[in-house]
Design a binder for this molecule. Structure first.
Ligand code: GLA
Length: 389
């Protein structure tokens, strides 16, 4: 919803007066999947789809929360913020408030209306957008009253900690970092081991990115995400002493083939192979972007998907049907699942003048394969966390 309408809705709900808006972005990951928690380089970009919070101090010790996308509401007593777990709605907000309060932020009573245009379950990080917008807002209000503040990297880390420590998902830092530090027209090349990052201009020549939501809900909590993470830890426990590395991301394909792979077996070997080669693909993809080599960039997207399908086993029938359909449609140079997988979205590199035909054809193939529709977005790459002035 546009900013003016959101402010109006807020006033209808809580009464007239000044309203402030805080926003953070959803994200698409271009390449570097399931390697953030292995210390790898990832290449996400922030989207125009975002979470915006309309907020006003209410002179109490409570947060009252509502949303434009659900009729569910929540109310938190800030003196008992750690007690609000397993809510029908509001867990991410409670988690961020809890973690930041424990870390010394001064929480003030607020009336809040959340407007999240990132579709839930789309794999485009609606949860990170909510967490990061909430953390940004807490820092802004705390700073104004002379309390502690956080920079954009710290805000991303608070979002991740809320998800890890409060919501029970062992996610990495990629989503919250992109949601917080995103920059219009750029992807972020993030080193997840050090949190050092560079912006990479998204110069796609005669191509653009098309995102397709499979409409098969993606749920990290319900999925095998945490299991994949522990399989990677098992691989590292063997390879770290043998190869002298601190993370799977430090292993090159050559090291893996000559010394690493014979030490592993079964699924753990497959998972490690995915991580090693996906890390290498990110570096090659950045070179392809910098040199404008779109065919190579597209080919790497395809290889990433095949590896996530065959070695990491996180795609599923819907994402396979959607990316297969995309690959054989007009103007497509490459297509892959993006995000955690097990449902969610794909990202495809498509010739600009073929986008309409691409969407028409991919859409028909997907409907024929799974019996329902996908939703398409041309990906406007946008800024991360901010106060909307
Ligand atoms: C989810 C997690 C991220 C990352 C991706 C897979 O989106 O939140 O930390 O692990 O899956 O790349």
């Amino acid at each position: 919803m546009d900013d003016k309408t959101l402010k109006q809705k807020f006033c209808e709900l809580y009464g007239d007066g000044e309203v402030r808006l805080f926003a953070a972005a959803g994200r698409v990951n271009l390449i570097g999947e399931h390697i953030d928690y292995c210390g790898g380089l990832v290449l996400p970009a922030a989207l125009e789809l975002r979470c915006t919070i309309a907020a006003r101090k209410n002179c109490t010790k409570k947060w009252r929360l509502a949303a434009t996308t659900t009729s569910l509401t929540a109310e938190f007593d800030l003196e008992k913020i750690g007690e609000y777990k397993d809510l029908k709605w509001g867990n991410y907000q409670a988690g961020v408030a809890y973690i930041m309060q424990n870390d010394g932020f001064d929480l003030t009573g607020l009336d809040l209306l959340y407007d999240c245009t990132v579709p839930f379950g789309s794999g485009l990080s609606s949860s990170a957008a909510i967490e990061v917008a909430t953390a940004f807002m807490i820092s802004a209000f705390s700073g104004e009253s002379g309390g502690k503040t956080a920079n954009l990297t710290e805000i991303a880390v608070y979002g991740k900690r809320a998800e890890n420590e409060y919501c029970g998902v062992s996610c990495g830092i990629m989503d919250q970092f992109a949601s917080s530090r995103g920059k219009s027209g750029n992807a972020i090349l993030l080193d997840c081991a050090t949190l050092k990052f560079d912006y990479v201009p998204l110069k796609l020549g005669d191509c653009e990115l098309v995102i397709a939501n499979s409409n098969k809900p993606h749920s990290l909590v319900a999925s095998k995400y945490n299991e994949r993470r522990s399989e990677c830890e098992s691989a590292l426990a063997v390879l770290s002493p043998a190869l002298g590395v601190r993370s799977l991301a430090e292993i090159t394909p050559e090291m893996f083939e000559t010394s690493g792979e014979k030490l592993l077996s079964g699924k753990v070997k497959d998972r490690a192979r995915h991580v090693v080669y996906e890390c290498d693909r990110v570096k090659r993809a950045v070179t392809a972007l910098k040199t404008g080599d779109m065919p190579l960039f597209g080919k790497l997207l395809n290889e990433s998907h095949y590896s996530l399908r065959d070695l990491y086993e996180v795609t599923g029938a819907e994402l396979d049907a959607l990316s297969d359909g995309a690959r054989s449609s007009s103007g497509c140079l490459g297509s892959r699942m993006t995000g955690g997988g097990f449902g969610g979205s794909t990202v495809s590199l498509v010739k600009k003048d073929k986008v309409d035909a691409f969407i028409r054809e991919t859409s028909a193939k997907y409907r024929a394969a799974v019996g329902y529709e996908a939703t398409f977005y041309t990906a406007a790459v946008s800024d991360g966390a901010r106060e909307v002035l």
